[in-house]
Ligand binder design. Sequence first.
Ligand code: ADP
Ligand code: MG
Length: 665
Amino acid sequence: VVGEDGEVDFKGKARFSQHLAVSAFTKSKTISQQRQNLPIFSVRDELLQVVRENQVVIIIGETGSGKTTQLTQYLYEYGYTVNGIIGCTQPRRVAAMSVAQRVSEEMETELGDKVGYAIRFEDATGPSTVIKYMTDGVLLRETLKDPVLEKYSIILMDEAHERSLDTDVLFGILKKVVARRRDFKLIVTSATLNGEKFSNFFGGVPIFHIPGRTFRVQICYSKTPCEDYVEAAVKQAMTIHIAGAPGDILIFLTGQDEIEATCYALSERMEQLISSTKQPVPKLLILPIYSQLPADLQAKIFQKAEDGARKCIVATNIAETSLTIDGIFYVIDTGYGKMKVYNPRMGMDALQVFPISRASADQRAGRAGRTGRTGPGTCYRLYTENAYENEMLQSPVPEIQRTNLGNVVLLLKSLKIQNLLDFDFMDPPPQDSILNSMYQLWLLGALNDVGDLTDLGRKMVKFPLDPPLAKLLLMGEQLECLSEVLTIVSMLSVPSVFFRPKDREAESDAAREKFFVPESDHLTLLNVYQQWKANEYRGDWCNDHFLQVKGLYKAREIRSQLLDILKTLKIPLTYCGPDWDVVRKTICSAYFHNAAMLKGIGEYVNCRNRMPCNLHPTSALYGSGYTPDYMVYHEAILTTKEYMQCVTAVEPHWLAELGPMLFSV
Ligand code: ADP
Ligand code: MG
């Protein structure tokens, strides 16, 4: 079963483990064989030596070489957990969870025991955890409590090539930790060849390359630009499934909605195919993966398909480098991805669809080459060669240069970094963007006139929330409706709890409307939660009312975690009872910077820049006939138009009272 290039043949391995997976011993034997087959294994000793001899090391290795799952274990086996634990940061939550799961299996321990993970609002570590995977954001927040990261003996900053906002800030902070703690080590890993830059940032530290196996991937371009890439991707996948050689398919799309639409279309085409032919049709296992997908469904992408079946994984750019899925022989690349970008027209960040960079396109193509088979994999690019050569950027723009920095500014300020323009950024954000974020924090009352943190600002940092949500909580304390806004903040921290299954749209819309509070989507969320509570938090009640059980449970959990933070700050819970006007006023106090006013029949414009903004069709106020003169919104989203997401009607004099810097009577 070992192929010519030394890799275990995928199919052979599957059969092998099926026959032998009878005892834990043999199971662990296959896992240890898998571990030894990874490229990183051949350089284990050299790697440990460079790490021993240097305080900071950059490690470059292709996706799938074993960086994320193996390095932590090598360090553990070598004894780096005697005086502290090993931390490994990931830009993506899904990767942190999934990798921790895998490593705990490899080490034959329960997840949360020796190996654990922490993401925002979810801590799956315990007293015996020595290898901790976490998002870069979680580690960043830990530096607030412990600036030198005492409990870690070594930190692995994984996926540094992603250049996420939090990773970039961590770079500057960890550089200080390295200078202050001789006993601390830092490893930075990257899947692309940008080691020089990282090395220079730390003063010219060694760069270690994990020798890769080169896999040839055949690239097929579209001859003409493609009109509808979802449709094109579905067609291509079906063509491969019907006529192509065995091997799994990986499709790259931009986000959840597209992924769900694609999965649905694929299953429909399969049904049509089955009913239109007498021939047996081979099975197609359609598996979505995106960051908001529940963890149990995420895990499915790693399961092997039964004999004769083909897997088709439909993913966001999460499968570009963060997750390695074996057995992929075909990649279908739409050429697009979603990126968070500061939108000056809306005055805030919005997730927008963009053409990917050449570096991302190459990573995507590379996913087709790791099957251990002799023939090359194939990548179908649903864009032209000309677009690749002449229209795509060489590499993506780092997040720090394109998004709002509110959270970062607040965090750095509370780390007593007075002048943010002096902070050691690898690529400093545009000065305008720092100043703009400071202005927004000043509007919220988190910074005073000279740019220092106020008492309110200091309290806001304690919450792992965006500044306006943290302010909403703290204003709930002042206006004595803390319990109510706590529920609203928790509900806003989970994906929409309204469930709208295909084929039952009308029925589910009617169920949703029953929860509507005419003046406000925020209050509608509060209403849903309170009714759920009144029904003993029952799951069947959720199902009957077209509500996502998991989302509500998650909201309840987040609520209790935020409550714990409030307790440590000695802030007592207050209730306003059935009169919810004060809740609307509280929402106004935290979101007056997102105000819109009526202009014309049912049309709204943003109060600050007079740009038109539309009610979202899911809003309680949409088409209700009730058109308040003023409203505030939680966030703006950009799809075909600019929409306000989650709105609440407010009184104009509240705006003047609570946001005097922007409004007067
Ligand atoms: P890298 O970080 O260098 O991209 P990884 O350590 O993530 O590489 O992956 C190495 C190998 O571990 C993969 O090729 C795959 O075989 C296996 N692997 C990783 N994660 C999982 C998982 N969740 N389930 C099963 N196998 C996994
Ligand atoms: Mg990795």
